[in-house]
Every structure is written in structure tokens, then in C-alpha cells.
Design a protein around this ligand. Structure first.
Ligand code: LLP
Length: 421
């Protein structure tokens, strides 16, 4: 469910015509719907209503401050993977005591920053990292709160680039090694063993693999408790998928049902969830304008002003984003490749789409671009990154200004002969 709908011929974001945003803010622009974000968060939270739980929104999916602050106001915690993400959470008014820190390559500086802000826990991904955290904690005479992220070795049946829970993956610690690490860490006063963690992959559209992983996870959890390790949180990661092109991923209630079934008997445990895409994916679109029509020997193209630097998912994963005209036209349809201006053959945003013929100057959106859209944008080809807009009811606000040419060269220096600087 989302709030991007046609009213008559015009496509709206909540109460605002997208054409108005294009006129006032320009294109390409990411547009987010506050109503959709709230609705998705509440649906997920409500699905776990009778349970001690903490939703830690996965910041990497969309790290705009306005998105983070909306979730913070709803009581969300945050799953971060860098010092930069912690900085954003703090700037957005998020509570560091509701932050879990994941990722395989935390630096000593990032660990120190997280310790200083008393985050809820580190999701630790290797024995080496555990030592680095222990060293920082003892230097500061603190106890670092620890969960080990285990690798349950299950196939999440998703795109191989976003599968993380297989034994070939760089993520997580093998279950056997984790068992030993917990036992060896129990007596260390610089470490506080608070929980157990796992995340098997993203864009999951079936629940079987998650169930399989949770069965392994809860069995280890129980075993560790029996061995006298007083764990109190169980983090099941994120990963719930969304519909990009007719997929039918489980609804939050079905997802919650599956998770809770595996957790039965662990009622005193705080369940931590790290959803990203499911909260923001369908709450955002990328608004773009057609620049040219082009026909070569074999194909017809629409060249638009957004490119793979703005939305990399099609080029990187072969991802599908629905393309919709902002003003619905009764025109003959044609099959086109929608491409951007970037000088790469993979700069194709939409392949072989059957669309009513769009003319230069007309607007379109790429749907479901709220997750892993702007946050993965780059300046490739020296293209300023898009603006971001949040729509709330009948009002909208620019929540990130479009980059300028000056932004492109910020921090760069030309060494001039004779210059002393
Ligand atoms: N927790 C951990 C430890 C993760 O690695 C991720 C995502 C999440 C939570 C959130 O997963 P979600 O609920 O969003 O599926 N750029 C890719 C997706 C990469 C996901 C990375 N990890 C894409 O555009 O599809």
C-alpha cells in the first residue's frame, strides 16, 4: 500500500501533484510520502504488538534526516553500519540507546564513537572485531554490549548480490565458532553479552529460509542460556521484500506470525528487527523528465534526465522499477528502453517497457525507489545528485537540496606552482 495514486489523469504523492513538485523543484527528484512511511512503520510495529520488541530501522536503506526523524518520532530504533550513519541518527534526534551497530568492518574510531554514545549493542561479525571492541572498551573502562551475528548457512532465495546468510558469504560468524566465542567471553569484564543476531539477506519474498534460520538461531540461543550466558535480546535482522513487479511478499502480519512461532517460549526476550526496504521502498519514487526520443537500427529509446548514478539498482542488480507517466495519456503504446544520460551501456533504468508514447518535456516516475535509491546515488559523470522532497498531506518540503556544481568539487584542490598553501 502506498500513497502515489492517479487522481483523474494526474499522478499525486499524497495530496500533491507530482507535476507541481517537478515545476518547483526540478528533476530528477526523489519524492517520499510521509503517510506511507508512517503507515509502514505502524503496520510492522503492530504486527508484533504483544511482544517485547524494538524495531531498528535499517538506516542504509534511506538515510535522509527527514526519514530518520520521522521514524525516531514514532519510537523507532536504528540499525547502523558506520560512524556516518550514527552521526545521521543523532542529528535526526534518534536515541543512541536504541541503536544496533552491524557490519563486518567497524574501525576503531567508529567503535569508539558508538561506545561514547552508549549504543544498545554491537552486532559483532568476527573474532578479530570482538577483540577490537574489547580493546576500545577497556581503554575507556566501559563494558561494550555485544551480540554475535551468526551465519546460519541458509539460502534466502533472493538475488545473489543481496544474500548474506550463506556460508560462502563474508557476513556473520559460523555457529560453532560463535558458541565458543560466547563461552570464552563470558568472564571478560569489558564485554557484556546481551544478545544473538542474524540477517540472512534482503528482498525475501518467501518465509521458508527465514524460518529455517530462526530455528537454528533460537536453538543456539536456548543452548547458550542453559550454559549460563544471560542473553536478553534476539535480533532477527531485516530483509522482508516488497513488490517491485508483481511479487507477493508476505504481509507484516504473516512475517510476524512466522517469527513469533519460532520464538515461542522466549517471552522474556526482547525481539529486535532491522527492517529497511519494507518500510521505505514503496514510500518513494524518482521523478524524471524525458529529454529525447531516439530510434536506432534495432531499438527505440527514451532518454530521461535521471541516470544510473541517481538510481543504480537496475544497472547493479537488473532490478525492475515500474515506470509511470505523471500525466496519463490516451496514446498508442510502444516498447522502449528508458535510458539515462550516463556514458555506460548499463545506464538503462527500464528495459523493454510497453508505455504510452512519451514526448520530450513530459514527466515520469520510477516507482519503489524509496529504498537503496538516493543513498546509493553517486556523482559519476560529474552529475549533481538529485533533490529529495517529503510530501506530508497537501504540503511538501525539500528535505535535501539538489547538489550544485560547487558541491561537486568541494574539498578538491589544484596544486598551483608557486602557491604556498
Ligand atoms: N540488517 C542488516 C545487517 C543488513 O545487512 C540489511 C541490508 C538490513 C538489515 C536491511 O535489509 P532490508 O530490510 O532492507 O532488506 N542495495 C540492495 C540491498 C542491500 C541490503 C544490504 N543489507 C538493493 O538495492 O536491493
Amino acid at each position: 500500500m502506498n500513497h502515489f495514486r492517479y487522481r483523474g489523469r494526474n499522478l499525486y504523492a499524497d495530496g500533491v501533484p507530482l507535476a507541481t513538485i517537478a515545476r518547483e523543484v526540478g528533476t530528477p527528484t526523489y519524492v517520499y510520502s510521509a503517510a506511507t512511511l508512517r503507515r509502514h512503520f505502524k503496520a510492522m510495529d503492530r504486527a508484533f504488538a504483544n511482544r517485547k520488541r524494538l524495531i531498528c530501522y535499517s538506516v542504509k536503506a534511506n538515510s535522509n534526516l527527514a526519514v530518520l526523524s520521522l521514524f525516531a518520532e514514532l519510537g523507532s530504533g536504528f540499525d547502523i553500519v558506520s560512524g556516518g550513519e550514527l552521526y545521521r541518527v543523532l542529528e535526526a534526534g534518534g536515541d543512541p540507546r536504541k541503536v544496533v551497530f552491524s557490519g563486518v568492518g567497524k574501525t576503531p574510531e567508529e567503535i569508539a564513537l558508538a561506545l561514547r554514545h552508549r549504543i544498545l549493542c554491537f552486532n559483532v561479525e568476527s573474532a578479530g572485531e570482538l577483540e577490537a571492541i574489547a580493546a576500545e572498551a577497556s581503554r575507556r573502562k566501559l563494558r561494550a554490549p555485544i551480540s554475535l551475528r551468526v551465519n546460519p548457512d541458509v539460502d534466502p532465495r533472493t538475488h545473489p548480490y543481496i544474500a548474506t546468510g550463506l556460508k560462502e558469504s563474508k557476513f556473520g560468524i559460523p555457529m560453532d565458532e560463535a558458541r565458543k566465542l560466547y563461552k570464552a567471553s563470558l568472564k571478560r569484564k569489558e564485554l557484556e553479552l546481551v544478545g544473538l543476531d542474524c540477517h540472512i539477506g534482503s528482498q525475501l519474498t518467501v518465509l521458508g529460509p527465514l524460518r529455517e534460520a530462526l530455528r537454528k538461531l533460537t536453538s543456539l540461543f536456548r543452548e547458550l542460556r542453559t550454559a549460563g550466558i544471560p542473553l536478553r535480546t534476539l535480533d532477527v535482522g531485516g530483509g522482508l521484500g516488497i513488490a517491485y513487479q508483481g511479487e507477493a511478499p508476505p504481509e507484516p502480519r504473516a512475517y510476524a506470525g512466522a517469527v513469533l512461532r519460532e520464538l515461542s517460549g522466549l517471552d522474556d526476550v526482547t525481539l529486535i528487527l532491522e527492517p529497511g526496504r519494507v518500510l521505505v521502498g514503496n514510500a518513494g519514487v524518482l521523478l524524471t523528465r524525458v529529454l529525447y526520443r531516439k530510434q536506432n537500427q534495432a531499438k527505440r529509446f527514451l532518454v530521461v534526465d535521471a541516470g544510473m548514478n541517481d538510481l543504480v539498482r537496475p544497472a547493479l542488480y537488473g532490478a525492475h522499477h515500474e515506470l509511470l507517466p505523471v500525466v496519463r495519456q490516451k496514446r498508442a503504446t510502444e516498447t522502449v528502453d528508458v535510458v539515462g544520460p550516463v556514458c555506460e551501456s548499463t545506464d538503462v533504468l527500464a528495459k523493454k517497457r510497453k508505455l504510452p508514447a512519451l514526448e520530450p518535456g513530459e514527466l515520469a516516475i520510477l516507482h519503489s525507489a524509496g529504498a537503496y535509491g538516493m543513498c546509493m546515488a553517486s556523482n559519476y559523470n560529474s552529475r549533481p545528485r538529485p533533490a529529495e522532497v517529503m510530501v506530508d498531506g497537501r504540503r511538501f518540503q525539500i528535505v535535501r537540496a539538489r547538489e550544485t556544481y560547487a558541491d561537486l568539487i568541494r574539498g578538491e584542490r589544484v596544486s598551483r606552482r608557486g602557491s604556498r598553501r
